[in-house]
Ligand binder design. Structure first.
Ligand code: ADP
Ligand code: TRP
Length: 324
């Protein structure tokens, strides 16, 4: 059996550090792993229709995400990068899956419940989100899906749908496994809550230097004075700094915290510097790529062709199995 790694990201805004450490970096690590045969990454623009209702905005966010992904340095020979909407088989499979899950089961989705509590309209698209996501995963017979903790339940729904389909119609689908790294499963935002576009507490990967410094300067801390000992285990600055610093740097700053020889302002400056250094090469590459739209279109076309080949194979099996 081949090992197929797949992930998607919605073009609903600029990528942030939480997206990077939760979903993108694990994927880059997996792409170095010789046991992974194929990598599929798509821009989940059909999912994004849930929240983005303006065509120009959706197109702009889509281009942004494609550039972001490419700038990260994906191995293009092993990876297919494509737009979700380019694979028409996906919506057909979603419809077939819709007949295998109950309303009551989907009503248990945390993401759905959260969206409703936060005042989002309960559209059919929002409700059916996990089924479309299950089709994303199963259509290409993905075996491993790198995501942040918040997507775990969606992967479980995909597993359940695979099981149901297989027991009803015969073994066609592979049960996918989530790949969630515990240290980056939930990256904290500026306010200490999960970093998320919806909480407006993000630091974007490619935002301007000044803006990054300003945001970091606003990270919420307690009110300890510069020369007071501080708790390194409970600090919003350090929880982000740990993502960027080496183990020695982390031990060093933790010592400074305990001894009370570093102020929060100084720690924030270190953090801002660490973020800027970390992403500097990627920023440069992104800038170069943004000047090569034809090269990018070519990558997307090739990616879609590869994805389509395996989507067609699966759908031939599925259509035969269900009798259409
Ligand atoms: P957002 O919550 O900002 O809208 P998305 O839902 O678009 O982010 O998430 C895209 C991917 O990034 C998903 O795999 C998700 O689990 C991951 N992710 C998002 N925020 C975080 C976070 N704060 N920590 C870890 N992973 C995250
Ligand atoms: N729901 C995911 C998110 O909000 C995006 C997504 C759509 C996805 N389809 C997927 C992630 C399939 C992994 C696999 O982040």
């Amino acid at each position: 059996m081949s090992n197929i790694c797949l992930t998607g990201i919605q073009p609903t805004g600029k990528l942030h550090i939480g997206n990077y450490f939760g979903a993108m970096k694990p994927l880059l690590e997996l792409s170095q792993n010789s046991e992974i045969d194929k990598i599929l990454i798509f821009v989940a623009n059909l999912h994004a229709l849930n929240s983005i209702k303006d065509a120009e905005t959706l197109r702009a966010y889509t281009t942004d995400i494609v550039l972001d992904y490419l700038a990260l340095g994906l191995d293009i020979n092993k990876t297919s990068l494509f737009l979700q909407s380019d694979i028409r088989e996906l919506t057909e499979l979603t419809w077939i899956f819709n007949n295998l899950v109950s309303v009551a089961y989907l009503e248990r989705s945390h993401a759905y419940k959260d969206a409703i509590v936060n005042g989002k309209e309960a559209s059919m698209g929002l409700f059916d989100y996990p089924v479309l996501m299950a089709a994303d995963i199963l259509l290409y017979k993905s075996t491993i899906v790198p995501v942040g903790q918040d997507q775990k339940q969606h992967i479980e729904i995909a597993q359940k749908i695979a099981d149901k389909f297989n027991s009803q119609y015969g073994e066609i689908f592979i049960r996918p496994k989530p790949y969630i790294k515990s240290e980056t499963a939930i990256v904290q935002g500026l306010d200490g809550r999960k970093m998320s576009k919806s909480y407006k507490n993000t630091i974007e990967l490619f935002e301007g230097e000044d803006s990054i410094r300003l945001k970091v300067s606003k990270i919420i801390t307690d009110s300890k004075a510069p020369n007071e000992p501080k708790d390194p285990t409970n600090c919003n600055i350090l929880s982000l700094y740990r993502l960027f610093a080496s183990p020695e740097e982390i031990t060093h700053i933790e010592g400074q915290y305990r001894e009370g020889i570093i102020s929060y302002r100084e720690a924030k400056e270190l953090l801002a510097e660490a973020i800027l250094n970390y992403f500097a090469p990627i920023r440069q590459r992104r800038q170069e790529l943004s000047l090569q739209p034809e090269y990018i279109q070519d990558i997307l076309n090739k990616g879609a062709q590869n994805a389509q080949t395996s989507a067609k194979e699966t759908m031939n099996q599925v259509r035969k199995a269900v009798g259409i």
